[in-house]
Design a protein. Structure first.
Length: 490
């Protein structure tokens, strides 16, 4: 099941409409605090004390109500506020009064204050943040992180930007984030996976998708899609019905990348896999994967006929940017078949084919390649990954996968986020394997955008399965193929 993701302003509008529809704002705050309290108890059932750090807005109000609930349940509660209670207003003021009436003490934050709870509740800043946290809030966040205790973040870790997943300054490192009404896209990409911990979404009874004029900004992909996509094959299937993938890459000295893509395509079920590579890599390809039909090509003339015999062309792994790579890429671009474009093929597109667009290709840039394609810096890309991938898709057409933590997929159907993957994937060749997987899915007659969704998920989930079995460190790109094969044979 796909989960809808929203921007902060959209969730604020949903909140406003809910209140306008007859639910008191303070009652909604109590629902949120109650949900956060239940999340806390389920995750830390043995905890007997907690520290609640409250800002002065509604996020802080959630914290005050949670403090009251904890006190009423017999826990020892330390409540810290960044603003005198008599200066609060609206629902936040009512929440603070509720906590005081429940017997919860309150200390105004000052440098050197000790955090005494076994668990810290981050109720500092909500989803309205757009820039770096400064001043007292920065010092409080640094203090929370230095305490080396588990943190439950209410709605969003303070310091994280809800619309982009960027941390322009500092952010709370949470073990768990409980978020309300509509899940936020910025919790799932960019810097967010480093600070959100487990994400616990609570709708608070608000049916976000009932507001048809507030469509989701993106969709969070889910593993459940795989079961419906990889159904048993017909008993009459043969290699000709399972598609033909051509991998074009492997310039002199760079043959390994293309071989990784070929092996991944074969393990993902392609009926036939061909390789167009520099002649000196032919022997290695026969040893590595004898099922692959390898062609040694010296330049564009020898490469030009091969794409016309394939159902999909994967171009870029180990391509290089010299004359050989340029000629091979030009041959691929002249083909009518769908393309998967990766690695140096992307760099060559940025340099020599800045205006080429296609509807039937998948571009798979990492942030550096995306920056070259858009003519900006990597910092620009990472500051707003959703905007970057959508801009690139508008400029180039087809489907674009912006790789990284919380990979983003932009296509005609909109924006999707892959929540899977792990730091073990920070090793060479991972992108080459993804390209091969994508090519195999398209070759087996999957629609290009849906192939991008499936391939990104299988790639990330295979890495997760491998890391679960043997750990993240030392995970190799070639380890993924066997785990991917199990995923596509449920």
């Amino acid at each position: 099941m796909l989960r809808p993701l929203y921007k902060a302003a959209q969730v604020s509008e949903l909140d406003r409409r809910t209140i306008a529809g007859g639910i008191d704002g303070f009652a909604l705050m109590q629902r949120a605090a109650s949900s956060a309290w239940h999340c806390f108890r389920s995750r830390w059932p043995q905890a007997r004390s907690l520290t609640v750090v409250c800002g002065h807005g509604n996020n802080g109000g959630d914290g005050h109500v949670l403090a009251a609930l904890a006190m009423q349940s017999g826990l020892k509660v330390q409540r810290i506020t960044l603003k005198p209670l008599d200066e609060l207003s609206g629902s936040a003021a009512r929440a603070a009064e509720l906590a005081t009436s429940a017997g919860v003490g309150c200390d105004e934050w000052h440098a050197g204050i000790a955090l005494t709870g076994e668990v810290i509740i981050d109720a500092l800043l909500g989803t309205g943040l757009n820039g770096a946290v400064e001043g007292r809030f920065k010092r409080v966040i640094e203090m929370i992180n230095a305490a080396d205790r588990p943190v439950l973040a209410i709605d969003i870790p303070s310091g994280l930007v809800a619309d982009t997943g960027a941390i322009p300054g500092v952010a709370v490192n949470a073990a768990c984030t409980v978020t309300f009404i509509g899940d936020k896209i910025g919790l799932h990409t960019g810097d967010a996976p480093a600070c959100t911990g487990e994400i616990d979404f609570r709708s608070l009874g608000v049916k976000a998708q009932a507001s048809f004029d507030i469509p989701p900004t993106a969709w969070r992909l889910d593993e459940s899609l795989l079961a419906g996509a990889f159904t048993p094959r017909l008993r009459t299937s043969h290699k000709g019905t399972m598609g033909h993938v051509l991998v074009m890459g492997g310039a002199s000295g760079l043959g390994g990348a293309a071989l990784l893509a070929c092996q991944a395509a074969a393990r993902m079920g392609a009926g036939k896999v061909s390789l167009a590579t520099a002649p000196e890599h032919i022997t290695a390809s026969l040893v590595r994967c004898p099922e692959v039909m390898a062609h040694g090509v010296r330049g564009g003339a020898e490469a030009s006929e091969l794409p016309h015999n394939a159902d999909v062309v994967v171009v870029g792994p180990g391509l290089g940017q010299a004359a050989w790579g340029q000629a091979v890429l030009q041959s691929a671009l002249q083909a009518d078949a769908p393309l998967v474009v990766d690695a140096d093929a992307l760099n060559l597109l940025a340099r020599q084919w800045p205006d080429v667009q296609r509807d039937n290709w998948i571009l798979t840039p990492h942030p550096g390649e995306a920056a070259r394609l858009l003519g900006c810096t990597v910092a620009d890309i990472q500051a707003d990954r959703p905007a970057a991938v959508q801009a690139l898709q508008r400029a180039r057409g087809g489907v674009v996968i912006l790789k990284g933590a919380g990979s983003l997929i932009a296509g005609p159907a909109g924006l999707a986020v892959c929540p899977y993957g792990n730091p073990g994937m920070a090793s060479g060749g991972m992108g080459d394997v993804l390209s091969g997987m994508l090519g195999a899915l398209i070759a087996q007659r999957s629609e290009v955008e849906f192939s991008a969704w499936l391939g990104t998920m299988v790639h990330a989930l295979a890495a997760d399965r491998a890391a679960d079995q043997e750990g993240e460190r030392g995970l190799l790109a070639s380890d993924l193929a066997s785990y991917a094969r199990k995923l596509i044979n449920p």
